[in-house]
Design a protein around this ligand. Structure first.
Ligand code: NAP
Length: 417
């Protein structure tokens, strides 16, 4: 197999180095040698420690007839989509780590590809082989639920806040200093990166076509030390979770911070690590844990796709030979049910709690546990609820926010049981 690599940055450099370092074992598994022939970068003048011929012109790689497989590692959506289409148009096989591209264009790419294989193991959870697990290993199952910690930057920040008692801004700064978070971290902390990955997993599990705008996406920017205190008091950790859940003929897809009981395995997935729980109707719960990012871990997944393609184990990109479960549709965000944590900053007066309880009861929401923190002239009410409907919680939040005794916009975080 002779490959061209479009984008020789963090992941691309690792792909080249590992293909050279582990040449024998990779060739033994693939049944042939996988040779990195040409790479494409934006700037040829940049100092790089990578042993491959570099070009700045994408066409010189796409039009090289001696190259049969293109590895797209440039990132972004529009330009990468053009590269992917040209690759498939030239009947070359495609491997990509680009979750943003797939969040928008996976179904179009599958359609264009037809029988040409597309590998995308590296697009979700870096080194964890979750794509092959869902598409192949768990192929016998109806997938009931996927819950994943899919963004290492958010997990690092939340872990630091919980165990080292530092605030959100300081934890974010540390993540940036260590190179986990970008200078503009909005894609990570806003939940968008995790949403891209969840959409890919949902296609494999349910064959459902949704775009980022269709699903509930909340990031971690509102998590403060109050929520950390509540988590400690009641035995939870806080994680940014991606949840894909099937109930009857509906699938709900959501990204948001959630409290998780300390006894749950996902609550032990700390620091930059990723963890994914998949529940199948035959197998029960399976857990996947590992490095969700980093050059070598991601390259490990990229190369696994190259090996699979070299073995000619062709399968449609998203796993289904023919559409199935066509009766499944995306659940509306309003109909999601969860337990909830609510925080309200209130005037320290008698009767405040009664006013809050009245609104919750009118919205069919019952309280599970409650913590009150008193300040000089005000107080914070932190509470968890039993199961309630998302639309009822949103109404209750609006009504609570309008109470004169509630001093700032109340906060809600979902609890994962
Ligand atoms: N880094 C990770 O841990 C990780 C994990 C999972 C998935 N991914 C995905 O893997 C992909 C690559 O990520 P990365 O971290 O390796 O990115 P990166 O370090 O920024 O590398 C991107 C590479 O693409 C080149 N490039 C960008 N636009 C180009 C263009 N228009 N023409 C030619 N070359 C272009 C860049 O050239 P220059 O070097 O000249 O700038 C660079 O070599 C992304 O889709 C990312 O989401 C990354």
């Amino acid at each position: 197999m002779r490959i061209g690599i479009v984008g020789v940055g963090v992941v691309g450099s690792s792909v080249v180095r590992i293909l050279q370092q582990n040449k024998e074992v990779i060739a033994a598994r693939a049944g042939e040698e996988i040779i990195p022939v040409k790479g494409v970068v934006r700037s040829l003048g940049k100092q790089r420690n990578v042993d491959i011929s570099l070009y700045s012109d994408i066409e010189s790689v796409l039009n090289d007839d001696s190259i049969d497989t293109i590895v797209e590692l440039m990132g972004g959506v529009d330009e990468a989509f053009i590269v992917a289409k040209k690759t498939l148009g030239a009947k070359k096989r495609l491997v990509t780590a680009n979750k943003a591209l797939l969040a928008y264009h996976r179904y179009e790419l599958q359609e264009i590809a037809g029988e040409i294989p597309i590998g995308f193991e590296a697009s979700v959870a870096g080194g964890i082989p979750i794509i092959k697990a869902l598409r192949d290993g768990l192929g016998a199952n109806h997938i009931l639920e996927i819950s994943g910690i899919l963004n290492g930057t958010c997990n690092y920040i939340l872990t630091k806040m919980l165990y080292e008692n530092i605030d959100y801004a300081t934890a974010l700064q540390e993540a940036q200093h260590l190179g986990y978070a970008e200078a503009d971290p909005v894609f990570d902390v806003g939940g968008i990166d995790a949403a891209h990955k969840l959409l890919i997993l949902a296609s494999l599990a349910y064959g459902i076509d949704a775009k980022p705008d269709d699903i509930l996406i909340e990031g971690i920017t509102k998590i403060s030390n109050d929520e950390i205190a509540f988590a400690r008091e009641f035995g939870y950790s806080i994680k940014l979770l991606g949840i894909a859940k099937r109930q009857n003929n509906q699938v709900e897809l959501r990204i948001h911070p959630a409290f998780i009981k300390n006894a749950e395995m996902l609550s032990r997935v700390d620091g930059v690590m990723n963890g994914i729980s998949v529940v199948g109707d035959c197998v029960g719960e399976t857990m996947f844990y590992g490095a969700g990012a980093g050059g070598d871990a991601t390259a490990s997944a990229v190369i696994s796709d190259l090996i699979e393609i070299a073995r000619s184990k062709g399968a449609p990109m998203l796993g289904f030979k023919k559409p199935f479960e066509s009766g499944l549709y995306l659940r509306s965000q309003e109909e999601i049910q969860s337990r909830y944590y609510l925080k309200a900053e209130v005037a320290d007066k008698t009767g405040v709690l009664a006013q809050i309880a009245k609104i919750l009861s009118e919205e069919d929401i019952s309280i599970n546990s409650l913590l009150q923190q008193n300040g000089m002239n005000d107080a914070k009410i932190l509470l968890s609820t039993h199961y309630a409907l998302e639309k009822n919680i949103k109404c209750a939040l609006k009504r609570l926010g309008e109470l004169p005794v509630v001093l700032s916009e109340p906060l809600m975080i979902r609890i994962k049981d």
